[in-house]
Structures are given as C-alpha cells and as structure tokens.
Write a protein that binds this ligand. Structure first.
Ligand code: SF4
Ligand code: SF4
Length: 413
C-alpha cells in the first residue's frame, strides 16, 4: 500500500506540542546506550539494525508523515511505516535518555503516530486487531472464556472470610494472571499472601479488561466506552484501595484513564511491590521463612518498563529481595532507568514474536552473566515472556524465573 504523505498528522503533533521536537532531534544517539555499562538499551535498534528502527529514525519517519519536507514530492510505503512504528516495545529507554538530554519525549511521538495510523485505517497490524476483537467479544485479549476469569482466584481461597464484601481493598487480577497458560499460580500466590497476612480483600465478580494493550497499540479511540465502563466498575465498588500485581493494569487506572477519560480515581492504586513492602514494614509479613541453613541463592532483579521507567517504582522490590533470608541480590549491568526490556511490551510479543523472544533472551543472558540462578521481576507479562524465552536454552542452564509475588508466596511459613 503506497500513499502520499498525510498532512493530518501535522495538526495532531501541534496539538501535543511535538512538532518542534520532531524537527529538532539531533540524531545524537544519546538514547541508544547505557552510560555506565556502555551496553545498548534500545531493543529495536539492536534487533533490526536499520536506521529506521532507531528512535531518531522513527522521528524522521514522523517528520515525513506530517509533511515537513514541504517542497519535496514523495510517497511512503505505509505498510513499511506501520511495520517500523509497531516493531518497538515502547519500553521508554530512549525516552528516559532523551528527556535527560533535551527534555523531550520521543515516546509521545511514537504513541501519537500509532494512534493516528489506526485512525487513518492503515494500522494496527492484524495481530493487534485481533486483540481488540477479543477484548470486545470475550473481555480479554487472549480470547479466553469470560466465565473462567476468576477461576484461579476462587479455587485458591480456602477461608471465605478474607473475601469480604465490605473489604476496603479490591484485588484487580488482570488478564495475564487470570489466563496465561505459563503462569498458573501468579494470582493464587497473591491470594495466598493476602490470606496469610489476614488481609481482607474483594475481587470483582465480572472484572473487565483494563485495555492497556489497546492504548499501547494506538487503538484507544476504539475502546473509550469499554475503558469508561472498566473505570466505573472499579470506582463503584467503593473501595479505598485497588491492588494490582500487573503494572500495565496499574498504569491504566492510575495514569491513562485520568488522561483519556477525564476521571479522577476516588481510590488509591497500589502495586504489589509497594503493598508487599508495606506489609513487611507493618510487621505483617515475615520474609525469613523456609530458608535452608547456609542456603544462598544469587538473585537478580529485572525492572519491568511499566513499573520502573514508566511509574518510578524501583526500590521496593529490591528491598524485599535483600530482606529475604537465603537470597543474595546482585544487579545486572543495565538496571533501573536504563534497564533492558523483557521484549513483551507495545504489542511486540503478538506481532513480532521472534524480535520479542530475542529481546527476552538477551535479558536472560545478562542475568546469567552476573551468576544469577534466579531472575525475579514484578510483572506477570515480563515473567511470562521470560518463561517462554527460557525454552530456547532447553535446560542448558538452571535459571529460574519468578515474580516477586511468587518468591514471597513460596517462602511463607
Ligand atoms: S531522540 Fe533524543 S537522544 Fe535520540 S537521537 Fe534524537 S535528540 Fe538524540
Ligand atoms: S521505546 Fe524502547 S524499543 Fe522503542 S525506540 Fe525507544 S528504546 Fe527502542
């Protein structure tokens, strides 16, 4: 499909004050490298090797799309343009670095372009259209049966008094923990911790999908009503707090809905990492159960992009791991703000599975390079992606992948 440049982009970019930046990207490559380890931080640059897969290359393409080359007649192959904009994990590593240097956000440009490509009917890739259809039809991107959403949770509750209708906290489970085949116990592990610490909680009988993946794939305008419904369902529960083990769901409620729907949550959004650390500080959660005498497992922590760079939560999961008896925390060369992505985000796992897998493998190699036998993350999507990437090694290493929730649940006295 070949079309002329699309001048309607210009208005959009002006509206978001992004035009100025698109014109001025210095192509300095500051966004490509971790300044301490000198390792690369942009997965799409590393995997595809083309200039058009660099952050600056995408900005050049945006420049072409909005018709900034005024006196030049040219055409763009829109299939290729779509391909370039969607083969990015939206990990925000470039965004962090560029903001540090220029105060500008390349990620905002990528997101706005994706949205406009969708609104111009040339995107998203077919795999992402399927996510939309599945959410509309089944209430989850996997297309799994709606009625099975709470099965894992309900099967793991052995004392119904914890599941109180009057509880002031709601556990928002999320589609990945509810349905992922390779994460059968993530949600039930969270429930195990809640019960062990005598925390009353509720779950929604008809929990909706947060649609975060559709926001990321530029399809937000097609799902506004469903997002509003999701927000209202949670809001009308009347709880003080909503607990999220999935950072994408957390981001949807805390940051995206207020921006897209103009709503102000009446409840506090809290991630599992923050909540677990709070439980520990209140003396409700013991972290030294089940450590064998003399046992020392080398553990490293992977910062999920949605939790770290995009929500600013870096320390709580590390403090928890440091406090657990029998674990020794070592850092990977790329950590915190310049952490390497797991390869799952931005819809990449669905539309570009090989790129996603290689990106995950790179992180597993980094964990192995620091001698870790346990790689811990705080995001079920990262965990699931790593578990898939680990299959490449066919048992040739002894690396284990766990979420922070699983680590604690396994060590409960
Ligand atoms: S996006 Fe920012 S950091 Fe990257 S090349 Fe352009 S100006 Fe430099
Ligand atoms: S968001 Fe991540 S994958 Fe995309 S261009 Fe930036 S660093 Fe590269």
């Amino acid at each position: 499909m070949v079309v002329r440049r699309m001048n309607n982009f210009a208005k959009l970019m002006e509206k978001h004050d992004l035009m100025n930046f698109i014109e001025r990207c210095a192509k300095c490559s500051y966004c490509l490298e971790d300044p301490i380890s000198h390792k690369p931080i942009c997965p799409s640059t590393e995997y595809f090797h083309f200039a058009s897969h660099r952050p600056s290359g995408r900005l050049e393409l945006a420049r072409a799309l909005i018709g900034l080359y005024d006196n030049v007649e040219f055409s763009l192959n829109m299939e290729e343009v779509v391909n370039k904009f969607y083969s990015c994990t939206l990990c925000a590593a470039c965004d962090y670095k560029c903001k540090e240097l220029t105060g500008k956000s390349p990620l905002s440009v990528f997101m706005e372009v994706r949205k406009e490509l969708v609104n111009s009917n040339v995107a998203p890739p077919p795999e992402h259209r399927l996510l939309l259809n599945n959410i509309l039809e089944h209430g989850n991107p996997q297309g799994a049966p709606r009625e099975k959403r709470n099965e894992r949770i309900l099967n793991s509750i052995n004392n119904p008094h914890h599941l109180s209708k009057n509880a002031s906290m709601l556990y928002f489970v999320g589609c990945v923990p509810a349905y992922s085949n390779n994460l059968p116990s993530h949600a039930s592990n969270m429930v195990k911790i809640l019960m062990k610490t005598d925390t009353e909680f509720r779950v929604l009988p008809d929990e909706p999908c947060c649609s975060h993946v559709l926001i990321k794939t530029g399809q937000e305008d097609l799902i506004i009503d469903q997002m509003r419904e999701a927000f209202e369902k949670v809001d009308s529960a009347g709880v003080e707090r909503v607990l999220f083990t999935c950072p994408a769901c957390y981001r949807a409620f805390k940051y995206e809905y207020p921006k897209l729907l103009g709503v102000e949550p009446d409840f506090e959004c809290i991630t599992a990492s923050e909540f677990l650390y709070e439980l520990y500080n209140e003396g409700k959660l013991s972290l030294d159960g089940k450590a064998k005498q003399g046992e020392e497992i080398i553990v490293t922590y992977h910062d999920p992009c949605h939790l770290g760079r995009q929500s600013g939560i870096y320390e709580q999961p590390r403090r928890i791991l440091e406090l657990i008896k029998g674990l020794k925390l070592v850092e990977m060369p790329r950590n915190r703000e310049t952490s390497w992505c797991c390869g799952v985000g931005g819809g990449v796992k669905t539309a570009f599975p090989e790129f996603s897998k290689k990106t995950g493998e790179e992180r597993l190699n980094e964990a192995l390079s620091v001698g870790a036998s346990l790689l811990v993350t705080a995001c079920p999507a990262c965990e699931s992606g790593f578990i898939d990437a680990l299959k490449t090694y066919e048992g040739k290493n002894n690396l284990k992948i766990l979420d922070i929730v699983d680590v604690i649940a396994q060590r409960l006295p």
